[in-house]
Design a protein around this ligand. Structure first.
Ligand code: ADP
Ligand code: MG
Length: 353
């Protein structure tokens, strides 16, 4: 079949887009109002307000499942706080690091340095102690308050241990003129259990728990977002209700709800329709789930990916019987040999499985 690409472009250009501002559906967009998070916003604002009087706010630990608005609330309140600080002439700033994308102590420190304007450090090579010292000296040049937000903190600790986190919780002992407050955020409700008790207690001088949204709350969030993202009259109310209901079943995840809306919009637009209706949400659900599985597999460490591949292959090769660890091990070792990786021990294979 000969596909006329020009024809596709023509069609697309002729038809007005269903979206008026698609960017508001991206993951990092923080709206000006966060419905149903008034309490959490208030609590964080109270804690941080100390900074406006020149004090050091307590460290805060925020936790709750994915998509419950932790990152959005933190960014929202910090933006307001620093804006107000600037008006009052205070030396007040924050550094935001998402540890999921910088899982090592080194990379987290470099990112903090970057955010506070301590630039020009190499991306690798120096011992973390040296970077830490440079950071301290940079912060302590002035009488200032720096709030460090460590988002998805569990990724750092799981990958690299809690050394740097420990050092950060004690950083004020090494500062003379300046002060640092920490905000730790995690999606992992069990994270507290495997955090060292000293680190946990200094990190969680205050804590804020984020509970999942229910379907009605997700509907309100989606409605607000849909009004900003789509042209008037495009989105059917029943489609919003359905997306909210699906995301409510997914542990009340607002990110999932917004993903459904964005992908449904793309599907409706691609099929040349003028309205976004329930069937587009249903189609979006499959697509979003596929993406999620792909992302999860991509983020696994190499050995875990290889073992997952071995499991899939042993399923394909032995359709009738149950898969045993022995079979998986054999196939895993074949894969390692073929790709030139050193296989891990049977014990490790068992752990990973
Ligand atoms: P978490 O950090 O808890 O995983 P996020 O803060 O990233 O969740 O929220 C996920 C998505 O949902 C983001 O796009 C965010 O803007 C949006 N969101 C979450 N809570 C609200 C809310 N109360 N009102 C509007 N949008 C929200
Ligand atoms: Mg988050």
């Amino acid at each position: 079949m000969c596909l006329d690409v020009d024809e596709i472009f023509d069609k697309l250009l002729m038809k007005a887009s269903l979206f008026k501002n698609k960017r508001v559906l991206s993951h990092d967009y923080v709206p000006d109002a966060l419905p149903h998070r008034e309490e959490e916003i208030q609590k964080l604002a109270y804690i941080l307000a100390t900074a406006l009087k020149g004090g050091k706010p307590s460290n805060v630990f925020m936790y709750g499942k994915t998509g419950t608005g932790k990152t959005a609330v933190a960014r929202y309140v910090l933006k307001k706080l620093t804006e107000r600080g600037a008006k009052l002439g205070l030396d007040l700033s924050y550094a935001y690091v998402n540890c999921r994308y910088r899982k090592t102590n080194y990379r987290v420190l470099i990112k903090i340095c970057d955010e506070i304007g301590c630039v020009g450090l190499p991306e690798t090579g120096l011992p973390t102690d040296v970077i830490f010292d440079k950071m301290i000296r940079h912060i302590d040049r002035r009488d200032q308050l720096v709030i460090i937000i460590l988002d998805e903190l569990d990724w750092l600790v799981k990958t690299s241990g809690d050394d740097v986190l420990y050092q950060l919780t004690r950083i004020n002992n090494e500062l003379n003129r300046s002060q640092v407050s920490l905000i730790g955020i995690t999606n992992d409700l069990k994270f507290r259990e495997y955090l060292d008790s000293r680190v946990l207690s200094s990190l969680s001088e205050e804590s804020i728990v984020f509970s999942p949204y229910n379907a009605q709350q997700l509907y309100d969030i989606l409605k607000q977002r849909a009004e900003m993202a789509f042209r008037e009259g495009v989105v059917e109310d029943s489609a919003l209700r359905l997306a909210a209901a699906i995301a409510a079943q997914e542990h009340g995840d607002a990110r999932r709800a917004i993903d459904l809306l964005r992908v449904a919009g793309e599907i409706a637009e691609r099929s040349g329709e003028d309205k976004l209706v329930e069937k587009h949400i249903i189609a979006a659900k499959d697509e979003v789930e596929k993406d999620l599985i792909e992302m999860t597999v991509r983020e696994l460490p190499l050995q875990e990916q290889l073992i997952l591949l071995a499991i899939v292959l042993s399923r394909q090769r032995n359709t009738d019987s149950r898969i045993t660890t022995g079979v998986v091990k054999k196939i895993y070792e074949e894969i390692c040999a073929e790709l030139g990786y050193k296989p891990v021990t049977l014990r490790r294979i068992n752990d990973i499985i």
